[in-house]
Design a protein around this ligand. Structure first.
Ligand code: GLU
Length: 449
């Protein structure tokens, strides 16, 4: 069986040359599935892993728009519809200059397992563009989003594929995308996009859902190991939506958050990033469109800005990377181990290189994997789809209560799967297995499609 897994990993590498992020995630996931594949020889006969690693559909398209100076701009647009075995394709759109198929495929592949872990009926997909919203005017962002949707609308729908936000795509972009979808189709299909504004079908709590979910998941990790969140010193990276929701929930649970970061460096705030004013400052940083965190230290003089560095050199009890993929390398993992920390919970998608992940786990750090810990965002999106389908509105507290329970369930599923197949508490392996089992069963039931 190990041979089967190795063969599929090699095939994926050969079929998707140069797409290193996709190779990385396929290797990480498939390797942990070994004991399950062992028990199901029929999976090999039915080419299950070959099918799982090949997107059901991939769309690449040209996006043409005109900038404020009247120049024609051409970007690449993508949507990889990866797996619809348990529900319509679901996953975000990422707008960032480094976007290429390898990034969208890694995110789409991860999304299959993440969405399955939520326990909700959603398949996996991801899309995006190499467009960089930073430094663009509102009008430029609108024209770009309209041009992007003018192609994408053909491929999506409430029962087909439901995009949402990701890096570079927030409420503003979703608004423009939704407006254009409605204009072209003449349909108010609320459930075609999630992360919408509250007045037009958005779900209360969606903005903070990913961050809240991460902290609730981390809280379960702590509890399972006889500890509590209150009083813990926490270091996170990023300052966008996910970091902001994480900071807010950490504050509510009495932990002390001491760092945030941007591409320009990191902020160390020894007093804690724990007042409404400081949380609002994170929103201001994002709204500035400059993609820098340094101004935080100008506003709060006790805080220090450390240029060009990542926050992993700061001593903490719990680390939560919330910025982007591969932001924690081997040298960072070593610093985290040296700090004496016990817990590391991934917030952003695949923030840890495979090598760094293995080092953290080998050195006794308890790791919460992103596909489980950050599943609260997409879970809330599915709640939004339910709200739209039922032509209703859910109350804020109802959404929080559902979300909290979902995060508790995900932790339990990861824990039980790893104990069953590996005889130990390993949430990384457990998340892959628990996410896989349901999708595999559904794919087997649906035959060779
Ligand atoms: N982009 C988010 C993620 O990585 C959210 C996706 C969604 O809400 O569909 O899961």
């Amino acid at each position: 069986m190990a041979n089967y897994i190795e063969r599929v990993i090699e095939q994926v590498k050969a079929k998707n040359p140069g797409e290193v992020e996709f190779h990385q995630t396929v290797e990480e996931v498939l390797t942990s599935l070994a004991p399950v594949i062992e028990q199901h020889p029929e999976y090999e006969k039915m080419g299950l892993l070959e099918r799982l690693t090949e997107p059901e559909r991939g769309i690449s398209f040209r996006v043409v728009w005109v900038d404020d100076n009247g120049n024609v701009q051409v970007n690449k647009g993508y949507r990889y519809e990866f797996n619809s075995a348990i529900g319509p394709y679901k996953g975000g759109l990422r707008f960032a200059p480094n976007v290429y198929p390898g990034i969208i495929k890694f995110l789409g592949f991860e999304q299959i397992f993440k969405n399955s872990l939520t326990g909700l009926p959603i398949g996996g997909g991801k899309g995006g563009s190499d467009f960089d919203p930073n430094g663009k005017s509102d009008a430029e962002v609108m024209r770009f989003c309209q041009a992007f949707m003018t192609e994408l609308y053909r491929h999506i729908g409430p029962h087909t594929d439901v995009p949402a936000g990701d890096l570079g795509v927030g409420g503003r972009e979703i608004g423009y995308l939704f407006g254009q979808y409605k204009r072209i189709t003449n349909r108010f299909d609320g459930g075609v996009l999630t992360g919408k504004g509250i007045p037009y079908g958005g779900c209360l709590g969606r903005t903070e859902a990913t961050g809240f979910g991460i902290v609730w998941y981390a809280e379960e990790m702590l509890k399972a190991n006889g500890e509590e969140m209150k009083g813990k010193t926490v270091a996170i990276s990023g300052f966008g939506n996910v970091s902001w929701g994480t900071a807010w929930k950490l504050q509510q649970l009495g932990a002390k958050l001491v760092t945030i970061s941007g591409p320009d460096g990191y902020i160390y705030d020894p007093d804690g990033i724990n007042t409404d004013e400081k949380l609002n400052m994170m929103l201001e940083l994002r709204a500035s469109g400059k993609n820098v965190c340094a101004p935080y230290a100008e506003r709060f003089p006790n805080a220090k800005f450390v240029p060009g560095k990542k926050p992993w050199e700061v001593k903490a009890d719990l680390y939560i990377p919330c910025a982007t993929q591969n932001e924690v390398h081997m040298e960072d993992a070593k610093a985290i181990v040296e700090s004496g920390a016990k817990f590391y919970c991934e917030g952003s998608n695949m923030p840890t290189t495979n090598e760094a992940l293995a080092y953290l786990q080998d050195n006794g750090i308890i790791v919460g994997p992103a596909k489980a810990a950050n599943a609260g965002g997409v879970a809330c999106s599915c709640i939004e789809m339910g709200q739209n389908a039922g032509h209703t509105v859910f109350q804020h507290q109802d959404v929080y209560d559902q979300l909290h329970q979902i995060m508790i369930n995900i932790h339990k599923a990861c824990k039980e799967a790893s104990e069953k197949y590996y005889g130990k508490y390993d949430l990384v392996k457990g998340a892959n297995i628990a996410g896989f089992e349901k999708v595999a069963e559904a794919m087997m039931a649906q035959g060779l499609v």
